[in-house]
Design a binder for this molecule. Structure first.
Ligand SMILES: Nc1ncnc2c1ncn2[C@@H]1O[C@H](COP(=O)(O)OP(=O)(O)OP(=O)(O)O)[C@@H](O)[C@H]1O
Length: 246
């Protein structure tokens, strides 16, 4: 018997995320200049670039936090305008520090944010989402205020799963994580991609980008200079290319 009141689709639908000549200007300054980028279902596109290269601007444009100066965002081939809140529900966001309610437990946070997105799950389903994200059961009923950054991120991903997001945008999600937490997070991201999610991740971690990414982009001064398949480059060569580029 299904344990959720509003059912997730039995045959999931997956979406592709695209930027077409996407630009963002602040006055005369081009924070993002004519970005063309595609993230297909099952892909993890890692965006590398120095501070100020335009990675967060790209993510903020996709999320609708800021409006483009020019260009288009497409979800599954259809243009997404700034006010299309319904189709933006297919997007989930994992920031560097996942902001949740410290005085609520993991399961209460998950329940609250699921309900905000229109999903009303029974406890068993909420527990399953947290388990799926590798959060140990002993932590499910503890307040978030005592959680490490890695544990918060697991709850953040559980919320994305509960919302049935097809596309996940991550901004430096492994920054500040210890190697074990990074490895756990990487495994989780690979699992999400294997399930058909489209993932765009801004990162400074070249080695992690090669490890988790299917595609890698190197940005400089608001432009995407290189796009590579991760299978075609190793970390040493990517580091060299990165240093030559920036
Ligand atoms: N509201 C704003 N007004 C003016 N300039 C801005 C604004 N927001 C961002 N910028 C500029 O746009 C450029 C791109 O910033 P962005 O945050 O996208 O870089 P980033 O690649 O994410 O850098 P980091 O690695 O430091 O997070 C930077 O030069 C930044 O100063």
């Amino acid at each position: 018997m299904c344990s959720c009141i509003r059912h997730a689709p039995i045959f999931p639908i997956y979406f592709m995320l695209q930027a077409i000549s996407l630009s963002k200007n602040y006055g005369a300054y081009k924070a993002l200049n004519q970005l063309n980028l595609t993230v297909k279902a099952g892909e993890v596109f890692c965006l590398l670039g120095q501070n100020g290269a335009g990675k967060t601007t790209t993510i903020n444009l996709f999320l609708g936090f800021i409006e483009p100066s020019a260009g288009k965002i497409l979800i599954d081939g259809k243009a997404l305008d700034a006010h299309d809140h319904e189709r933006r529900k297919h997007l989930a966001y994992i920031p560097e520090v996942v902001m949740l309610y410290g005085n609520l437990s993991a399961i209460e946070n998950l329940d609250y944010f699921s309900k905000l997105a229109g999903f009303n799950y029974e406890t068993r389903s909420l527990t399953n989402f947290l388990n799926q994200c590798g959060l140990q059961e002993s932590a499910h009923h503890k307040h978030l205020s005592g959680f490490s950054k890695g544990m918060r991120q697991k709850v953040g991903i559980a919320i994305a799963l509960a919302k049935n997001a097809k596309i996940i945008l991550m901004d430096e999600p492994t920054s500040g994580l210890d190697p074990k937490a990074t490895a756990e997070f990487t495994l989780l991201v690979k699992q999400l991609a294997a399930e058909g999610k489209s993932i765009l991740m801004a990162t400074h971690d070249i080695f992690n980008a090669v490890n988790v990414g299917s595609h890698i982009g190197i940005m400089k001064q608001g432009e995407l200079i290189h796009t590579l398949k991760a299978s075609e480059i190793n970390a040493t060569d990517l580091q060299e290319l990165y240093l030559q580029t920036i």
